[in-house]
Structure formats: structure tokens, C-alpha cells
Design a binder for this molecule. Sequence first.
Ligand code: PLP
Length: 426
Amino acid sequence: TNPRTPLASLSDDDLAGFLAEQRSAYAALQSRGLKLDLTRGKPSSAQLDLADDLLRLPSSTKDRAGVDVRNYGGLEGLAELREIFAELLSVEPSQVVAGGNSSLSMMYSTIVDFLLFGGVDSPRPWSQEETVRFICPVPGYDRHFSMLASFGIEMVTVDMHQDGPDMPAVESLVKDDPSIKGIWIVPTYANPSGAVVSQEVAARLAAMPTAAADFTIFWDNAYAFHHLTQEEAKSADILSLCAASGHPNRPIMYASTSKITYAGAGVAVLAASQANVKWYLGHLAMGSIGPDKVNHLRHVEFFRDAEGVRAHMRRHREVIAPKFAAVDEALTTGLDGLEIAQWSHPTGGYFVNLDVLDGTASRVVALAKEAGIALTPAGASYPHGRDPRDRNIRLAPTFPVLDEVRTAMAGVATCVALAAAEKLVA
Ligand code: PLP
């Protein structure tokens, strides 16, 4: 069989031959006894090592203003750290809150506050609404969806395109339905598609009329600075766009250094209008006397300034860009021309989005597992883990070493081809 012929156009005999070839390739793969893991977007230890000067910092116990960082206080976070993030995110320092080690937990407490108390523009707490629904661009980040599910918030999916969510669909959903209270947006190098929200889409999100006065854009910029090429995407300035459209409180922005310094011991930030910041801090104050300012100061000393963050991200790029190239190479070698798979070519972020033949993603993941290659469960990038077309697989190549990425991805290509051949023969 010619591997460059689209699989669906092979004769029955050739297809049977192709299936037999893939079965023996798979048997060979299984016999290798691999134990590889491409499941989660975690930095590798080589990336974590880049930040190990943190372990010897801070060298001082006082911040710029002379405040002892070891003591209570300063709920909004260290001023100098807020300044660094303000510059990076193109917002004002007063719009930034620097918190603990997880932006996800800042998102969680924001939604809890909406549920219990309502937001700045809410007529009542969300928990007093009959139904609360969020727009979820898919494929998207699994933890966004499981968080909403845990609150009983309903999820309405729209397609995520290369320039952001399907805007006609979003605009028609928010226009008449006051139960639509929010949307998740990962604007830069989205998880998992790698898409970057364009200026035009951001402007439409900012300007669109919404039936809910407190409709909120959860702008999760987790990968804002995580470029894989020299062409560095610039995130749209959603706070200014919304303010200019008369909706200053619509967006709440999040970011963190989880994939900049340490994934378990970085710093997370939230940025929003002054009114939203006051609202967030007001509720936070009931549960905290202040953040870990020692870690804030440690990060300030480590980076020095915004340019220090950018320079550090270039060092990450050197470590992980070859792994993304290895994913593309293995998929191209194994699958190009067969017309049974499409994959993203991200210019940043942590993932490659692989779409296989409809109805075969679960089979591919199961085959890979049997061969010792752990993949994110099929459907993980959809609410409730249900991909209606059973075709989407999220690949996370940063954690394993380069050689393991090559081996694992060659194996994945075999599984994709085998599952497709099985399906087409059946
Ligand atoms: N947001 C997105 C889109 C992510 O992909 C991740 C981690 O994978 C997070 C948030 C988690 O961020 P943090 O470590 O700051 O809680």
C-alpha cells in the first residue's frame, strides 16, 4: 500500500493490507514495553531548573517601601510585582492583584463570590438565579469545565476557531438569554488549540450587547508569554476594549508564573477594573490577612522587571520548542497524506490539538494505553468529557524528555492509523 494515498480511497484489498501492516506495527510497539506520559501540561524538570535561583531568594526581608514581607498584610500583593505584571498584561498596576500560587483558585473564588454575593453589576447573587449558564468554547481547558460542573453551572459550547470563539454564535447566545452569565476565554495560545484571539474578536466580545448586566468574560491568559517562535503573539487588551465599549466590569483577567517559574510555587495574578478589584479584595479580606509576600519578593528579585520575564521565557522556548517540532515530525512521518488526522501547529502554549478520524479518538487513547503511552482521556477538552464526534485528543509534549516525545509520538501515529483502518474496514 502507498501510505500517501488517502485511506478512505483505498480498495478493499489495499485497505486490508494497510490494516495488517498497522497491526504488526502495533504489535511491535507493544512489545517494547514503553512507559511514557503525554497527559498533562507540566513543565519538565529542565524548565523548573531554570528558576532555581528562587531557592536562594529573597535576599532581603523588606519590600521597596520598607515593609517586612515576613509579616501579615498587603492583601493586594507586593507593589513591585503588580507593576511587573501590569506592564506584561498592558494594564495599570492598580488593576492587578497578586495572590497565591494558583490562578485556577483565583478563578474558583471569583465564581464563588458571584454565586454567593453577586458581582459589581449583578442584580442578585448567581445562586439565586434559576439557571446559570456559561459559554464554553471547545475544545477548551478541562478544569474550566469541571469547575463549572461542580457548581451546577450549565455549559453551552461554541466552536473555538483560529482567531477565537465563533462570534456569531456567542453574540446570539448572549443577546436574549439573561441566564448566560459568563464565557471562558484562553486568549493567547489557547489550551488545547493554540489559537490566539484576534483584536477584532476581542473587540466584538467587549462591545456585544448582553441580556445579563453582569455577563463576565473570564480571560484566562495562562499562556500569555509562552511563545514557541520568535513571532510573539500580543494579547488583545481586553480591559481597555471593554472599558471603551461601556462595559468596564465585563472582563476579569488571570495569569500566573506556574509555567514560568515553578508550577507548584509560582505567583498568580488577577487583573480587572478598579471596581472589580475592590469587590474581589473585599471578599478575599474575609478569608485572608495577606498573601505570601516572601514569594512575591523572591519573584521580584528573580525577574527584576518585565523584560526579565520575557528573557526567562526565551530560555523556556529553547527547551520546549524542539519537543513541539518532534510532535509535528512524528505525526507528519506517520500520517501525512492519509487524510485521517489533522493537528495544530502551535506558535505558543503547552499543547498540540490532534483531531483523528471521527469516532476513533477513544480507541486511539485505549490503544496507546495498552502500548504504555498515557494520553489525556479522549473528550477531556469538552464539557463533561463528552466529545460529540469522538475525534479530539490533546497532546502535552513539554514534560517528557525529547527522546521520549519522539518515541511516544511515533507510537501515537501508529495507534491513529490502526484505529482509522479498523474503522474503515468495519
Ligand atoms: N488556565 C489554563 C488555561 C491552564 O492550562 C492551566 C494549567 O494547565 C491553568 C489555568 C492553571 O493555572 P495555575 O497553575 O495558575 O492554577
